[in-house]
Design a protein. Structure first.
Length: 376
């Protein structure tokens, strides 16, 4: 079981707890501010938390996805903000999954050292206005002209979009047997013809910035192609959702643990002694937190050492547990008759929103699993 952390991961856990208390928890406006906290982000970079999944040879900490889960849990549990942890997780996924996993040696050497230090960050640009990320409806195109690909199209709802120095852009490169062929390209934020749209005025997951980009005849060097075999859907779009789900399980556990601590303190401060039923509910929620932690750490370990046939089942179990926790937590608050603080309400909203992102996609995967088992 990966929940028996090595000494190195135990040290990382203690470091992340300390950093969160000293740098995040004291910034009470994080959950309500529309301004990105550059001072905290730079501090996150100096600690090496933005290079957790990046190998040491590129300046990272080689902690892998398990280290990302451990640190993410601590940052939210002791810092109280899910949005910042989301931005750090996406940064790490772009580095590990896209640049390290799919890039060539030159691309790795160019991007990974500066990503590890936090000097630059990237954003995955798939979703488009009105149509989302379904490959059938993507309209952004990339046309080869000499030594450059010319990109035209618009992307939206990009996590870290407004602060990104570069974008991994999925674009249609052609058609084959009536199906769109998709490529992926590393596009610098200062590319002529690329403009940012947004940032989006979201009332959740602050201060994680979301926005979009518009490309009008943006010329990208052919050497910046990340995927050119027409299979960017299979190699990037399809697996990214599951990797993101797994990477966010750690921060979700941290948020759930903090919710429960808030509730316990509110109940303790109340005038009435807690009933046996209330005690049982609190105990039940602690069981769910501990269960979620095991799942989160196992998900990180599975990502670090693929493949695992149980990976999808683990993700589905994590989703189900998150929903059950929020339902039972709401029942606890109502049963206890306590009034949540503004911070608790903000954290609860962020956790609920995150648990519901792409929920229908996961339910379809669960249905497909059932169809395969039933043979029809």
């Amino acid at each position: 079981m990966s929940t028996a952390l090595t000494q190195e991961l135990g040290n990382l856990l203690a470091e992340a707890c300390r950093f969160a208390r000293e740098n995040i928890a004291c910034s009470e406006e994080l959950g309500s501010s529309s301004e990105f906290p550059w001072d905290i982000w730079k501090a996150v970079g100096r600690t090496g938390f933005l290079g957790l999944t990046i190998p040491r040879e590129y300046g990272g900490r080689s902690a892998g996805y398990l280290g990302l889960a451990v640190a993410g849990e601590a940052l939210v549990h002791h810092g109280g903000n899910l949005g910042l942890a989301l931005s750090a997780a996406i940064h790490n996924i772009v580095a590990r999954f896209l640049i390290l996993g799919l890039g060539n040696d030159d691309q790795r050497s160019e991007y990974l050292p500066e990503m590890a230090s936090g000097k630059i960050t990237g954003s995955l640009a798939i979703s488009e206005p009105e149509t989302g990320a379904h490959p059938k409806y993507l309209k952004t195109t990339a046309t080869l002209e000499g030594d450059f690909f010319i990109l035209n199209g618009e992307k939206t709802y990009l996590t870290n979009g407004p602060i990104a120095d570069f974008y991994v852009v999925a674009a249609v490169t052609g058609m084959q047997q009536g199906r769109k062929q998709l490529g992926a390209f590393l596009v610098s934020g200062d590319t002529a013809g690329l403009t940012q749209t947004g940032p989006m005025a979201l009332d959740f997951l602050r201060p994680s910035p979301h926005g979009g980009i518009r490309m009008e005849n943006a010329a990208v060097p052919a050497s910046n192609a990340l995927v050119l075999d027409g299979r960017a859907y299979e190699s990037i779009i399809k697996p990214f959702r599951e990797i993101e789900d797994a990477a966010l399980m750690g921060p979700m556990v941290g948020g759930m643990a903090r919710q429960l601590e808030f509730a316990i303190q509110l109940i303790r401060d109340g005038e009435s002694a807690p009933s046996d039923d209330l005690k049982a509910t609190v105990g039940r929620l602690q069981v769910l937190v501990d269960h979620a932690r095991i799942l989160a750490y196992e998900a990180g370990a599975m990502l670090d050492n693929p493949p695992h046939s149980e990976f999808l089942s683990l993700l589905l179990a994590g989703r189900d547990l998150s929903h059950r926790f929020q339902e039972e937590f709401a029942a606890l608050i109502a049963k206890a008759g306590v009034k949540p603080t503004a911070e608790l309400e903000s954290l609860t909203r962020d956790l609920t929103v995150t648990a519901n992102i792409a929920r229908n996609v996961m339910l379809k995967k669960q249905m497909k699993m059932g169809e395969d088992l039933l043979g029809r």
